[in-house]
Every structure is written in structure tokens, then in C-alpha cells.
Design a binder for this molecule. Structure first.
Ligand code: IPD
Ligand code: CA
Ligand code: CA
Length: 267
């Protein structure tokens, strides 16, 4: 077994265990939802309990690796070339409202490049997995991106970061512009599932700004292994720390990039 396969299997173990924790808390949260500083940026007891489970599994198997976890921040030896980016509950707002669209997202970056990704949607019991050159799967069956070649026939998805009230670079203009040009733009509230759904062909493309590595590390490798393309908005190589990505089935990539680059902020 290759190292990547081992990393993938351990990340799967962690994601499934964390997903069970999320399912256990669903609908049972009382007044434990707290805003993290910006309006709408929530954290719940479920986020923390899920993260604790992921950390326990990863620390047990890979104590020497570094970790970037949404609720705990940087942990371990940050000089290590292996960095786990963990979102224990991607889609917290949905979760707090019992809107069933959320996931556990666990990505492994090696020398800064996403190489292993597991995204688990516990409500629908869907498990997305990928590792470099090992392919992408949903429930352990291979997945591929859609064949849609025209923007006018595409269904896209995007999102709005928690700083949307503080900046005019808030993606509102892009959302309106692309809504006119396509069959629709969805806003699901879970970046990792957005990427997973592009990877398995349910959606044709995704873009968003204001993201963190834990939102997208797993989804990037999943989409790439499913035959999709991930770049910056302008088509140049994606830099995960910019928090801005364009991710598509590949066929509509250039066209979508061109449209995004010409949008000016509203107002
Ligand atoms: C959020 C979701 C959402 C995206 C936000 C993220 P959280 O993550 O992925 O879809 O639009 O930018 O912060 O807070 O639910 O883990
Ligand atoms: Ca997130
Ligand atoms: Ca989260």
C-alpha cells in the first residue's frame, strides 16, 4: 500500500467518525450557537466535538504531521511537509438551522499541494475520496466531472464569505452576472460539498473568494482527480492561501474565467 493510500484510509476513518458525531448532535443543539466575531460566522458544540474526533485520529496515526484545523488553528510542528487542513463542519449555518447540507472536510497538503482529500456528507451518507493518481470516488465508485461545454447550459454554484458586509468585493456582482448567463447559480452553504458536487458531475462549475485552506484542500484534489480544473479566477495556478478559486469540469473553465475577470463590484 502506498503512503497516499494509507493517508486516505486514515482520513476516511476520521471523517466517518466525525460525521457520526455531527449526526448525533443534529437537531439537538440548544442555545450553544455562538458567533465567532463576524455576523453569521457561527460555531457550535458540534463543530468542536467533530474536530476533537478528527484530531484524535490524525494525532494517533501521524503525531509528527502539522495540522491546520478551523476551530483549533495551527497545531504540531508547522515545519513538517505534511499539513492536514481540517474543517470539522463545513456548512455550520445550514447545520444550525437543520438544513441538511454540511460535511466534514479533511485535506492533506504535501509541500503545500493538496494530495489527499476526504469529504463526508453524513446526512446523506455520501463519502467522497481522492488522492493524487489514485482517482476520485463517491462511495468508493469512480466519479467524473460533467461533459457540459457551454456556459449557457451550465449549472454553477458559489458562496459568500462572512466579510461580505464589510467589502464591496463580496461576490454579489459575480453572482448576478453569472445568473444571467447560465441555467442557474446555486448557493449551498458548504464549499467542500460544492467542490464534491462539481467533481461528480451534478454541477459544472464553482467559484468563491474569502475561503480558507480547510474549506477547499480536500475538494481541490477531489476535483482534479475527477478530471476537473482548479485555478485562480484568471486561469493561473491556484494558490490556496489567496482563498479565491475557480473550479470547473474543465470544458467551461476558460469562458467562466473570462466572465469573472470582467465583473466590477456592485454599487
Ligand atoms: C463556509 C461554507 C460556505 C462558504 C463560506 C465558508 P463554514 O464554511 O463553506 O459555503 O460560503 O465562505 O466559510 O463556516 O460553514 O465552515
Ligand atoms: Ca468551512
Ligand atoms: Ca466549519
Amino acid at each position: 500500500m502506498t503512503n497516499l493510500q494509507i493517508f486516505l484510509d486514515i482520513a476516511t476513518e476520521a471523517a466517518l467518525a466525525a460525521g457520526a458525531v455531527l449526526q448525533g448532535y443534529l437537531g439537538k443543539l440548544e442555545d450553544v450557537v455562538i458567533e465567532k466575531g463576524r455576523p453569521g460566522d457561527l460555531v457550535t458544540a458540534a463543530d468542536k466535538a467533530s474536530e476533537a474526533v478528527v484530531l484524535e485520529v490524525l494525532n494517533r496515526h501521524f503525531p509528527q504531521h502539522s495540522i491546520l484545523a478551523e476551530e483549533s488553528g495551527k497545531l504540531g510542528n508547522q515545519d513538517n511537509e505534511y499539513l492536514w487542513a481540517i474543517d470539522p463542519l463545513d456548512g455550520t449555518t445550514n447545520y444550525a438551522h437543520q438544513y441538511p447540507f454540511f460535511a466534514v472536510s479533511i485535506g492533506l497538503l504535501i509541500h503545500g499541494v493538496p494530495q489527499v482529500g476526504v469529504i463526508y456528507d453524513p446526512f446523506h451518507n455520501e463519502l467522497f475520496r481522492a488522492a493524487t493518481d489514485l482517482g476520485a470516488t463517491r462511495d468508493r465508485r469512480p466519479i467524473k466531472v460533467s461533459k457540459t461545454t457551454e456556459l449557457s447550459k451550465s449549472l454553477l454554484v458559489s458562496g459568500f464569505a462572512y466579510d461580505r458586509r464589510e467589502t464591496s468585493d463580496n461576490n454579489y456582482a459575480e453572482f448576478c452576472h453569472l445568473t444571467h448567463l447560465t441555467q442557474g447559480v446555486r448557493r449551498s452553504g458548504s464549499a467542500s460539498l460544492d467542490l464534491a458536487h462539481v467533481a461528480c458531475g451534478r454541477l459544472d462549475g464553482y467559484w468563491e473568494r474569502g475561503l480558507s485552506p480547510w474549506d477547499i484542500a480536500a475538494g481541490i484534489i477531489l476535483l482534479q482527480e475527477a478530471g476537473g480544473k482548479v485555478t485562480a479566477y484568471d486561469g493561473t495556478p491556484v494558490k490556496i492561501d489567496t482563498g479565491r478559486i475557480l473550479a470547473t469540469n474543465g470544458h467551461i473553465h476558460h469562458h467562466l474565467s473570462r466572465e469573472l475577470m470582467q465583473v466590477r463590484p456592485l454599487g
